[in-house]
Design a protein around this ligand. Structure first.
Ligand SMILES: Nc1ncnc2c1ncn2[C@@H]1O[C@H](COP(=O)(O)OP(=O)(O)OP(=O)(O)O)[C@@H](O)[C@H]1O
Length: 349
């Protein structure tokens, strides 16, 4: 199947900053593709090449089977590009609404080229506001709305030209956790209801886990790992991915902040990930009974990924290396995916 968005070998260079380096990414129709990484990793720059708000220095961009950019130049006319861009909606962290205009006028703004009469325009805007749960707010002004409601207006505006792709660039980063979840759930519903492909840029793994089916992890302008979310969650390869998927960041924070007195340099932090269905009793209790490990649990969580309950633990094993090997073997025999974690500032061995 041809990908709906096909980015091949994309480089983006600003002066001597290589913001994106040789990135290849394919997004299929109907995906919610999470692109995660810390600030400055190159996420925004990369996704802005999809609608050529950012031209790559090298590489090719194809959307819906049309090559938009290749051999360092546009492959379609400026007018065609404008039309293609209307079919790729975008939402941002700061909503970017017009404060002097009503909610309805903000949505209508995106339709000014559509050639609709006043009645058709109002009907279409009210329909869009209904889709995002804001039909009764058409006459309000942005300042009268909460952050979550303002983002809903921005989503209605982004959907005005019936796009088949929605790019969400840190759209929930300015929102509280509850509102974040409501907006993510709305994106998930729109993905299902409208077959809308969503590219979700974020630095929050919780956002990706809540709605995405695929994930790309970015670091220093490169995608270091990508693919099916559950696969990557269960078998993270790169250190940064391990940090994002499990409780590693939290566990490291606990280790580094509280300076646990009894922790020594050879003690090792492990992340355990397992399908809840595979485990009937506490894996750590079993481990302790079998090998007397006295593991300390620094983080624990259970969540549902693609309909399956997945458990994550970060544990500290205070054992010599032979005993650690035995512990890992014991856990792996129980279908637990064990990953050795970097201990952050504690790692001086
Ligand atoms: N227009 C520009 N001119 C020069 N440098 C830029 C420009 N846009 C981005 N950069 C640089 O490119 C790198 C990647 O930035 P980018 O905004 O894509 O990262 P990001 O992962 O989206 O991070 P953030 O979440 O902080 O936006 C950074 O070093 C940034 O300073």
């Amino acid at each position: 199947m041809t990908a709906q968005i096909d980015l091949q070998n994309i480089d983006v260079t600003f002066g001597n900053v290589k913001a994106v380096k040789d990135v290849t990414l394919q997004v299929e129709k109907g995906d919610i593709y999470g692109v995660i990484g810390f600030s400055g990793a190159g996420k925004s720059t990369l996704v802005r090449t999809i609608n050529l708000l950012q031209e790559p220095s090298n590489g090719s961009v194809s959307v819906n089977g049309t090559t938009l950019f290749k051999n360092q130049k546009l492959q379609i006319s400026k007018k065609q590009l404008q039309e293609k861009r209307r079919k790729i909606g975008m939402i941002f962290q700061h909503f970017n609404l017009l404060n002097e205009e009503t909610v309805l006028e903000n949505v209508a703004f995106a339709l000014k080229h559509a050639g609709l009469n006043d009645e058709e325009l109002e009907k279409r805007c009210l329909h869009l506001l209904d889709l995002v749960g804001l039909k009764d707010y058409a006459d309000h002004y942005p300042a009268q709305l909460s952050g979550g409601q303002q983002q809903r207006v921005a989503i209605a505006r982004a959907l005005a030209n019936e796009p088949d792709i929605l790019i969400s660039d840190e759209a929930t980063s300015a929102l509280d956790p509850k509102t974040t979840n409501q907006i993510l759930d709305l994106l998930y519903d729109l993905n299902k209801k409208l077959q809308l492909t969503v590219v979700l840029i974020t630095h929050e793994m919780d956002a990706v886990k809540r709605v995405a089916n695929k994930i790309a992890v970015m670091e220093n302008g490169q995608i270091i790992e990508k693919g099916n979310l559950r696969e990557i969650y269960l078998h993270p390869q790169k250190e940064l991915t391990k940090q994002f998927v499990g409780g590693a960041l939290e566990a490291q924070h606990i280790l580094n902040t509280y300076h646990l007195e009894s922790v020594s340099a050879q003690d090792q932090l492990y992340q355990l990930v397992y399908k809840i269905n595979d485990v009937t009793k506490s894996v750590v209790a079993d481990l302790d009974v079998a090998l007397n490990t006295k593991a300390s649990i620094l983080y624990g969580n259970v969540e549902v990924l693609s309909g399956e309950a997945i458990g994550t633990l970060a544990i500290l094993l205070k054992l010599d290396s032979e005993k650690q090997k035995q512990a890992i073997k014991f856990l792996e025999e129980k279908n637990v995916v064990v990953t050795k974690l970097d201990k952050g500032v504690l790692t001086d061995d």
